[in-house]
Design a protein around this ligand. Structure first.
Ligand SMILES: [Zn+2]
Ligand SMILES: [Zn+2]
Length: 276
């Protein structure tokens, strides 16, 4: 469905006067600064491209891949006397590293851990870490903590630790399941096969009844950022909180980890997820 949109002109600070006209078009659904400016200025948020990168709507170029639609959009503008000038400009662009397909930035919903809620304790905890080399502490790692943003921790891939959230097919109620035992005790639980394997595809067969409406609860399709697994090392190696000997681990000296050694790129990978 199409609706009336607004086309306001807004002032922002990310457009430079050095290049071009100093005016850029904005598409809040297709770029980070555009998205932020859209939120700040209450711009319409509209998707005109689907997840396959094809134009939606009832335009003459609907159904075309965006790059194939480009010349058709220009033709359309020209035929309606709306085109001022058209030219090719060389600039950087993201491509798939495997198949070299051009990629699009695309705003969509995802799962986050609200790390900003514990930002102060992340910063305080960093003061107790001995960093070698020392400049990482308030440099690369400290800066990262100071500029903390919520952790987008779900991934749309097949392999990985499955995100342990089930969603009702009918009323959309969510349930975050914390153990196999909890799952097995759900009313209407079914789909378990021996030997137990909690990865895809097996985990996606595990369903139970929605406590709210009785319809089927299914796992959401996402898996978890692999750095979440890495960061769980201190507790996961003791199978906390499930094994009897693991119960006291948070207070008996086994937590946090004493020592880790890695390359500097891990400040934003393993070091961070371990710390968070
Ligand atoms: Zn590809
Ligand atoms: Zn329900």
């Amino acid at each position: 469905k199409e609706r009336e949109l607004n086309y306001p002109v807004v002032a922002t600070d990310f457009v430079l006067m050095e290049d071009g006209t100093g005016i850029v078009h904005m598409a809040p659904a297709y770029g980070e600064v555009d998205y932020q400016a859209g939120g700040d200025n209450d711009l319409d948020f509209v998707h005109v491209v689907d997840l396959q990168g094809k134009m939606m709507g009832s335009y003459p170029f609907a159904g075309k891949f965006v790059k194939e639609a480009d010349p058709l959009i220009l033709d359309d503008l020209k035929s309606r006397g709306l085109l001022f000038r058209s030219e090719k400009i060389r600039h950087t662009y993201p491509f798939c590293w495997r198949c070299e397909a051009p990629l699009l930035y695309y705003a969509k919903q995802t799962w986050y851990i609200k790390t900003t809620a514990v930002k102060e304790s992340l910063i305080a905890g960093n003061k107790e870490i001995n960093w070698y080399p020392e400049h990482i502490k308030y440099g690369r790692f400290g800066d990262w903590l100071e500029n903390n943003v919520d952790w987008a921790f779900s991934r749309e891939r097949y392999w990985g630790t499955p995100l342990n959230i089930w969603r009702c097919e009918s009323c959309s109620k969510y349930d975050c399941v914390g153990s196999v035992e909890e799952l097995e005790n759900k009313s209407g639980f079914t789909g378990l096969r021996e030997p137990l394997d909690l990865h895809r595809p097996f985990v996606d067969e595990l369903t139970f009844d929605c406590p709210q409406c009785g319809a089927k609860m299914r796992r959401v399709p996402e898996v978890i950022d692999c750095w979440f697994d890495s960061g769980a090392m201190p507790v996961a190696q003791w199978h906390y909180p499930f094994d009897a000997e693991s119960k006291t681990m948070l207070n008996d000296g086994r937590f946090p980890a004493d020592y880790i050694c890695e390359a500097v790129d891990q400040t934003r990978g393993w070091f961070y997820s371990l710390h968070a």
